[in-house]
Design a protein around this ligand. Structure first.
Ligand code: FRU
Length: 485
């Protein structure tokens, strides 16, 4: 009875809280916190025929990350999400200043959540300590922290040792952890193994920074894709280089070979950014029930002070994307075909000449576009009747320059431009997801993506530049996909 009452109170507070959030920038079909602050995706898994996705969550304020909890949502198709009660609170001595990021494995209808317990010690050296812990669930709603937590207490790798990503292979359990070494000046990823999910030993260093790749590697992920292994992580402290690495922190990958006997990873590519937009961080992947490697990221970036904060929420997830690997070691990201189930009314379809303008409904749409390979393109996503382009983060301009083969996203304002080289195959093909305050652009077959936030006031329109011609333009409304009850 008491549990029922508590669940009811939590549910009602979710409902009430979301009603308090100003809806102008709140996503219609991306997962965002009901109220409060969201960062990294956590514990992404398939459990009893449903996907579960957790996230770093501050239920008390949308203005600051605060002390992290694990927020929770589930889905049957990776498109429609349902919010669930908070899964984990910072209620233990070893996680009292944050139930930090982590991952899940599922075995025998039991979900095992691995996470980092963070404890701050202000004014002391080091000023925080991070230990790994375990929580277990058999119903997918209530989580019991393991009685002998924390399970990894590594004094020699402190104080930055976090974000466990766990998997099983041939009866052994593997965990990668992000770490900083050399007096917190260089990032790296450590590999651990366990035979029983509880006792873990460090067995190797998968890869490390020589300085170029920054001072700390957050949210590591490691998986086999086709015939190679991918080390995906979020390095902090890389320096911008031309159009590369322009965000505060990056997310990218190194492809290589991995030997389960020697536990050594041999890179065969350099580090490459996974996305070229302003707001893409802390990815987490899972193998889905169809055997696809799917990934989700935080569609935001640290220290941005975006105007949604005072509205009652901060942060959202990207849509779930499928990953594949090209022969030359590039990751391809594609929206899931399941996104079709979110489609509503078709707002326009066919050839479109320069200046074509289409008004969106509810600021949520999927745009599909084809342009001849040697033609440049300008596409604007902007408030209706907007008088000038390039205002401070209120609109987005997508430019493909056929001469220099460059793709650019410009959201205006300081540091508004992101661009990268792109050599389209036969035609210029794009799929763009617009959702109240975000844009996710998939170029070609998904070989180049841009994920960025922008903050339009009022209804959005999509407008083709005066000199642009689209051989095909389809704009489809996307319906809300997230429920709170
Ligand atoms: C990445 C990160 C993680 C950490 C979490 C805390 O964005 O800094 O390394 O576990 O956020 O919320």
């Amino acid at each position: 009875m008491a549990t029922l009452q508590i669940s009811l109170i939590i549910f009602l507070s979710f409902y009430r809280c979301n009603a308090q959030v100003n809806q102008r920038y709140y996503p219609r079909y991306h997962l965002a916190p009901p109220y409060g602050w969201m960062n990294d995706p956590n514990g992404f898994c398939y459990f009893k025929n449903e996907y579960h996705l957790f996230y770093q969550y501050n239920p008390n304020s949308s203005l600051v990350p605060g002390i992290a909890h694990w927020g929770h949502a589930k889905s049957s198709d990776l498109v429609h999400w349902k919010h669930l009660p908070i899964a984990m609170y910072p209620d233990q001595s070893f996680d009292k200043t944050g139930v930090f990021s982590g991952s899940a494995i599922v075995e025998n209808d039991t979900m095992y959540l691995y996470y980092t317990g963070n404890v701050n010690h202000p004014g002391k050296t080091p000023d925080h300590i991070q230990r790994q812990a375990l929580a277990v669930s058999t119903d997918g709603v209530t989580f019991t922290k393991y009685k002998s937590n924390p399970i990894i207490i590594e004094d020699k790798h402190q104080p930055n040792l976090r974000d466990p990503k766990v998997w099983e292979h041939d009866g052994t359990y593997y965990m990668v952890l992000g770490n900083s070494f050399n007096n917190d000046s260089l990032g790296r990823v450590l590999l651990y193994t366990s035979e029983d999910k509880i006792n873990w030993q460090q067995v190797s260093i998968l890869d490390k920074s020589d300085g170029f790749l920054g001072f700390m590697w957050e949210c590591p992920d490691f998986f086999k894709l086709n015939d190679h292994f991918v080390l995906l992580f979020s390095p902090q402290g890389m320096k911008a280089e031309g159009s590369k690495y322009r965000n505060l922190y990056q997310t990218g990958y190194i492809v290589g070979n991995f030997n389960y006997s020697s536990k050594q990873f041999k890179p065969i590519t350099k580090f490459r950014e996974l996305d070229h937009g302003h707001d893409f961080y802390a990815t987490q992947s899972v193998l889905d029930k169809k055997g696809r490697r799917v990934v989700v990221a935080w569609l935001d970036m640290w220290d941005q002070n975006y105007p949604e904060g005072p509205d009652g929420f901060t942060g959202q997830m990207t849509i779930v994307r499928q990953l594949s690997l090209t022969k030359d070691g590039h990751l391809i990201q594609t929206p899931l075909p399941e996104m079709k189930s979110a489609r509503g009314k078709i707002l326009c379809r066919g050839r479109a000449s320069g200046g074509t303008t289409v008004f969106l409904e509810d600021n949520a749409a999927e745009i599909s576009l084809i342009v001849k390979r040697n033609n440049s393109l300008e596409l604007n996503i902007e408030p209706e009747n907007s008088l000038s382009d390039g205002q401070n983060r209120t609109s987005v301009k997508i430019l493909y320059d056929a001469q220099s083969r460059t793709l650019t996203l410009d959201r205006g304002g300081p540091d508004g431009i992101r661009s990268t080289a792109w050599h389209p195959k036969k035609i210029v093909k794009m799929r763009i997801y617009v959702d109240a305050s975000s844009v996710e652009l998939f170029a070609g077959d998904g070989e180049v993506t841009f994920s960025s936030r922008f903050f339009p006031d009022g209804n959005l329109q999509v407008r083709l530049g005066d000199k642009s011609v689209a051989e095909y333009l389809q704009i489809t409304q996307l319906k809300p996909t997230v429920s709170f009850d």
